[in-house]
Each structure stands twice: as structure tokens, then as C-alpha cells.
Design a protein around this ligand. Structure first.
Ligand code: SF4
Length: 465
């Protein structure tokens, strides 16, 4: 009997963690359920010894061609180099997941501007954008390069240096009904070890509604360059100007309740019989949360904790539905954790430059509501840093001035934000080459005749020559 074909997906991971990786794990599930391939996901931390992973891959694939997907790489140069090494040794390496298309073909205008990011096409046989089920057709005849050229979602640079980029298929929620959460592994000295997931994700929305429609926005010059006549730079932005999810996915819409319930049913259980905590992937979750919790209850599914990620304005608008949800959650013994609120800043100039669509007043109203809810639903509702929440706070930024610093500090002190809201460390502004701020910084380069340094796919806005 022929043994099954094999495939592996490599993804970036943090040390000493046990969270699930929805994108890669759902892709491996779709591949196993719809092809004759076995597929595992290998979580790789920065400290992992790549020679051990290579040794494992040699044994896992044996004499067969190595077919290795790479997804959710978090811009890690070590993984791009690792893929290049495997490709040079004859493996078929595939770049998938968020930003796979722009990261494969490189930054706008890199051929004319040699300091720009040239893309990772040398590290991968091809890239694939869009839904994971596109791999089904490819895996029918993966060694046939003519098939790559005609498969949906594939982008590759052909031998005569033409970019071939096929449109992606539409999302089909039939493929999003279940995830095998037991297909994630680490490779160490002792060989392959399964990761027992303790926090998972459930997808309810693809993309972000705030990124549904774009418009022109006007962004300040960086604080260390003098803007002629206080000019601003106009760029087109879908969603927040720094957001690569917005640039990559826009907004595709929401999945049916039945699909979401099916994913929840398939989650692993804790020892007490409740489902493990999960993050609900939905940027505007309060709109449907009461219905979801009622359906879960009717289906006799017991939840431990639902983690929410929200914008401050959506949170305020959803207050009534949040109260309704918390009453149901209290009845069923479920905790609701607001695990991340995208505040990003406590200064209106910064929020405008981020195109956040909110202002400081909205952020502060949201904080008052978060705290009020804790008084009323202490047993069910959590939101604070000590509960494990990490709220969005971006600092430093290119626009920081003494005035912005004083405004921010005044708000932090007046509203006691250090007590429960601010994360232990802020996150510096990261400008991925394909987000809207990438266009802003390239325009600054052109106008000022300067060149910002690139670190892989990231534009280092703090270093120029
Ligand atoms: S940062 Fe959040 S709210 Fe803004 S566009 Fe991205 S996903 Fe949407």
C-alpha cells in the first residue's frame, strides 16, 4: 500500500506558549481532508535550532519531494533564509498567509529604487494568496510547474522574469467549519513534540469592516523634517494607515452562525468539559455576540472564556449588546475577556495620522465603560492588564513632539491609565512596505531626496540617509 504523500507548514511562534495558529492549522486541516496528503504544522521560535528542524524534515519526507508551506512568518528574516536554503536544496517552498503577495513580489518601484525591499521571491518557489483550499488543486500535481502557472491565487516570477499573478478564489465557508487543533508541533533535541493548545481562535469575520472602503487621508510630515508651508501628504488608505490586515484583506464579510458554531463545537475541551478559551476573530463582535452566546447555550456547548478584540468606537456603540451578552455569559459561567482594544494613542494628532477614525474622547469613553462593566459584572467581565489583556498603544511614532508627549502623559495621569490599561511595553510604529503608510514614507523620500533604511519588508522610519 502506498504511504500518504506528505506536506509540512512552517510558522513563526513564541517561546513557552501554547496558543493555536488558526491560519496554518486550518490550511493543514483542509489539505488532509481534501487531498491524499498528510500535513503537519511546525511552530518555530527564534531560538529553535534550524539544523534539528532540517534533520527532522529529511526524515519526515524520506526520498519524497519536500513540499513546505510557510505562513504567518511575522517578517522573520531567519525563516525567509531557512526557506531559501530548503528551496536551494530542491524543496518546493510556498509562501502563504497574510501579505504573501506583496512580500513575494517586493516593494513598489524597487527596480528603480535599489534601496527598496526586493521581495522574497528568491526564498520561495511561488506564493499563494487567498483561501487555503486553493492548495487542493495544486497538490494534485504539485511537481508540474505548468500547474503553478494556472492555479488560482498563485503568484510567481517566471523563468523569463515575468510576474504571473492569478486571481484568488472567493472564500468558501464550507472549508471554514472545522480545524484540527492537534496538528501543531515543535521540533527539539528529543524530536517532534505536539503542542497542546490552551487558547484557540474562531473566525467569524474575514478582514475588517473599518477597512471596507478607502478614502484619501492627509498625513503630517515626520517631526524631524520641516514640512514646506506645513504641507501634509495625501495618500489613499483603507482602514488604519499602519494596518497590513486592512491593506491585504480589506473586508470580505461575516461567516454564517452555523459555520461559527461548527468551529466552536470542534474546539478541544478542558478537564472540566468546557471548551478552551478562544479569540473570536471579528473586529465588531458585539453586534452578534448575544445571538452567538444564545445559540451556544441552546446547543449545550459549554464555554470557558471568549476573548474579544475591538475598536473603541465599536465598543461604545455595542454597549446594550454587551450587557445582554454578559447576562447570558453569567448564566452559563462563561468569562468574556476584552483581550485587546485598539486605542493606539491618547493624542488626536497621532490618531488622525493613524487614520484610526476615533479620537481621544472616544478612547476615554471606552475606558470608562470598560471599568463600569467591571463593577457590574465582576464575575464575568475582564479587560485589564492584570487579566491578561494587551491593549494597543503605539509609541514611538515619526510624529512625536514635546507637545504630543505632554498631551499623552496628561491623559495617562488624569485617567490612571497605567493602573489597568497601558501594556507593560508600548509597540513602536511598524511600517510594512505594503500598508498605506508605505506610500506616505515613499512620498517623503521623493520630496526630500532621502532614503529610509529597509529591514526586510519593514521600512525603518527612524533611519535615513
Ligand atoms: S487596525 Fe484594526 S480596526 Fe484598524 S483597519 Fe486594522 S483590523 Fe481594522
Amino acid at each position: 500500500m502506498k504511504t500518504k504523500n506528505r506536506m509540512a507548514i512552517i510558522a513563526s511562534y513564541f517561546e513557552n506558549e501554547s496558543y493555536g495558529l488558526l491560519g496554518p492549522q486550518i490550511a493543514a486541516t483542509i489539505i488532509e481532508d481534501n487531498t491524499d496528503y498528510e500535513c503537519i504544522v511546525i511552530a518555530v521560535t527564534r531560538n529553535d535550532d534550524k539544523s534539528l528542524i532540517k534533520k527532522f524534515l529529511d526524515e519526515y519526507f524520506g526520498k519524497e519531494k519536500k513540499i513546505i508551506g510557510f505562513s504567518s512568518l511575522s517578517g522573520r528574516e531567519d525563516l525567509f533564509s531557512f526557506s531559501r536554503e530548503l528551496k536551494n536544496e530542491g524543496a518546493i517552498t510556498i509562501l502563504a498567509g497574510p501579505q504573501s503577495y506583496p512580500d513575494y513580489i517586493g516593494e513598489t518601484g524597487w527596480k528603480e529604487h535599489l534601496h527598496r525591499f526586493k521581495g522574497f521571491s528568491g526564498s520561495f518557489s511561488f506564493s499563494i494568496k487567498g483561501p487555503a483550499e486553493q492548495a487542493i488543486l495544486l497538490l494534485n500535481d504539485i511537481e508540474n510547474q505548468d500547474q503553478w502557472l494556472s492555479s488560482p491565487g498563485v503568484t510567481l516570477i517566471s523563468p523569463d522574469f515575468r510576474i504571473v499573478s492569478n486571481s484568488a478564489k472567493a472564500w468558501n465557508e464550507e472549508f471554514l467549519r472545522t480545524v484540527k487543533w492537534n496538528n501543531l508541533y515543535r521540533i527539539g533535541k528529543e524530536g517532534i513534540m505536539p503542542i497542546k493548545i490552551t487558547v484557540a481562535q474562531v473566525v467569524q469575520q474575514i478582514g475588517c469592516p473599518y477597512a471596507g472602503r478607502g478614502h484619501d487621508i492627509h498625513i503630517d510630515y515626520p517631526a524631524d523634517l520641516k514640512a514646506p508651508n506645513n504641507e501634509k501628504i495625501s495618500i489613499f488608505s483603507k482602514g488604519c494607515s499602519f494596518c497590513d490586515v486592512a491593506a491585504d484583506k480589506g473586508f470580505y464579510g461575516e461567516l454564517g452562525m452555523d459555520t461559527v458554531l461548527s468551529q466552536i463545537s470542534a474546539l478541544p475541551e478542558q478537564e472540566d468539559g468546557r471548551k478552551i478559551p478562544f479569540e473570536l476573530i471579528n473586529e465588531n463582535p458585539l453586534f452578534t455576540l448575544p445571538v452567538l452566546l444564545k445559540e451556544v447555550k441552546q446547543n449545550k456547548i459549554r464555554l470557558s472564556q471568549v476573548n474579544l478584540i475591538l475598536r473603541a468606537d465599536y465598543f461604545i456603540r455595542g454597549e446594550t449588546r454587551l450587557r445582554e451578552s454578559l447576562l447570558i455569559a453569567r448564566e452559563t459561567g462563561t468569562r468574556i475577556l476584552l483581550s485587546s482594544m485598539g486605542f493606539e494613542a491618547f493624542d488626536d494628532n497621532l490618531l488622525r495620522n493613524f487614520n484610526k477614525g476615533t479620537d481621544v474622547e472616544t478612547n476615554l469613553r471606552a475606558i470608562r465603560l470598560m471599568r463600569d462593566m467591571k463593577k457590574q459584572f465582576a464575575d464575568t467581565w475582564s479587560y485589564s492588564r492584570s487579566d491578561g489583556a494587551i491593549h494597543g498603544f503605539i509609541h514611538p511614532t515619526p510624529w512625536d513632539t514635546g507637545e504630543i508627549f505632554s498631551n499623552t502623559q496628561a491623559n495617562i495621569a488624569a485617567y490612571g491609565l497605567e493602573r489597568d490599561i497601558l501594556p507593560p511595553h508600548s509597540t513602536p510604529l511598524i511600517i510594512h512596505h505594503a500598508c498605506a503608510l508605505g506610500d506616505w514614507i515613499r512620498e517623503i523620500e521623493e520630496r526630500e531626496g532621502i532614503k529610509y533604511r529597509r529591514l526586510g519588508s519593514i521600512i525603518e522610519w527612524w533611519k535615513y540617509e
